[in-house]
Ligand binder design. Sequence first.
Ligand SMILES: Nc1ncnc2c1ncn2[C@@H]1O[C@H](COP(=O)(O)OP(=O)(O)OP(=O)(O)O)[C@@H](O)[C@H]1O
Ligand SMILES: [Mg+2]
Length: 504
Amino acid sequence: MSQLLTVEGISKGFPGVQALDGVNFELDRGEVLALVGENGAGKSTLMKILSGIYTMDSGRIAIDGDEVDVNDPKVAQKLGISIIHQEMNLMPHLTVAQNIYIGREPRTGPWLRDGELNRRTKQLLEGLNIHLRPSQVVGDLTVASQQMVEIAKALSYDHTKILIMDEPTSAISISETQVLFGLIRSLRDRGVGIVYISHRMEELRQIADRVTVLRDGQYVGTRRMDEVSDDEIISMMVGREISAGYSSRQDVPAHTGELALSVRSLSTKKLLRDVSFDLHKGEILGFAGLMGAGRTETARALIGADPVSGGTVAVNGKEVRISGPEVAVRLGIGYLPEDRKRHGLMLEQDVAFNVAMASLSSNKAPLGFLREGRARKVTDRFIKALRIKTPSSRTMVKTLSGGNQQKVVIAKWLARDCDVLIFDEPTRGIDVGAKEEIYKLLNDLADEGKAIIMISSELPEVLRLSHRIVVMSQGRVTGTLTPDKADQESIMKLATQNIEDVAA
Ligand SMILES: Nc1ncnc2c1ncn2[C@@H]1O[C@H](COP(=O)(O)OP(=O)(O)OP(=O)(O)O)[C@@H](O)[C@H]1O
Ligand SMILES: [Mg+2]
């Protein structure tokens, strides 16, 4: 029997970039194939070609042995190809149900049948074990829930033969990931072929049968997962030897002890109860906890992005009132949001505009006098330091790969030169090699005396980088640990602590 999917010699160029250069791969029925590579390697581009969003320059695609011409997303759907996009493609003002069945709504003549739409959606969500209401407006949902809507949408086509998942778990919790893996396994058992893209090695180990590696738009090779080590996959990805091993922080000298930020009894109507902590100059304070524990909420309340119902904040020992993010920036507090598409970037602008925009506006110079040359120079420095893969500082941000967009957000806040930097999931979607660079950068910033809050769901990362670790659960701080006394287990215990249990 012929292969489910055969891809041969696919090439695709964009202005200034050869995104794909003669790539091959094969996918079997009932197989999960991991597709990996560094940020900008060409993974998403390849998948967009398979789903009819981009047209290839040359190459050949065959399904069940027959050559196909996937020149339009509708054609891809008819051929049974479904995709979960890396950057979410939902309509924020529409409901969950409207997003899932957009363009396929049940109708009687010209009339939409809303009841039927919601009923169908409810059934789908229940079958997938996703706890959302069909009538909820997508823009009001958390990033994690939006990602679950994307997943539900891709799984709502009943004749799917090939399912493409482009970093589907980047924003969801461990338990949601396990639900997703359960779904993947049952689809696989029904003969669906799945292409799974992720930068998380431990996920590939759990779910993939084989792994295909791309580097700089070229095909490097394919291995069976049970016959290849993590280090081997990584060196295929980066073309050199590096190890993904984690060491812990213990070797690092303690910070100077001078207070940068003091938060006392910060509360919000929605979630936070009496959140208190100190942050010192030169310190990296890790924030650990499960999804929804209140870490992002703490950051947002702190910078005045969300209303606060009580508590105080002191900067350099002086109590301040932070009524909004601009005030926070003026006080030297920068926040890199986890949801970069919504809060972090101007996608229709170029790289230099995004990197230098924030720091330039703080000069209060009238725009006409802004020296663009200087902005470009600053930007070029960050492009080099963070190895942002872009043809130039004039490239539009929306054309960069997901991981490289994330690096632009980081560069933007570094250019601003804040004394306190709050990083929310700084390495989400970042490849293994670049992660190391970001870790080094955070360490260097701390060594320069910056005070850093790092919110992260990756415990090894929290353990390795933090001087101290604040653990949250259900809107409260359940413990503060030092890395020498902490391990994944002790953190998880605090992170899952039920507040009612403590009170009792
Ligand atoms: N629409 C576009 N216009 C111009 N260049 C593009 C476009 N889409 C992708 N590129 C470029 O093609 C290259 C490959 O990008 P792609 O998004 O496929 O990478 P990726 O492997 O998915 O990376 P990541 O892990 O960061 O998601 C990058 O250099 C990117 O800037
Ligand atoms: Mg991508």
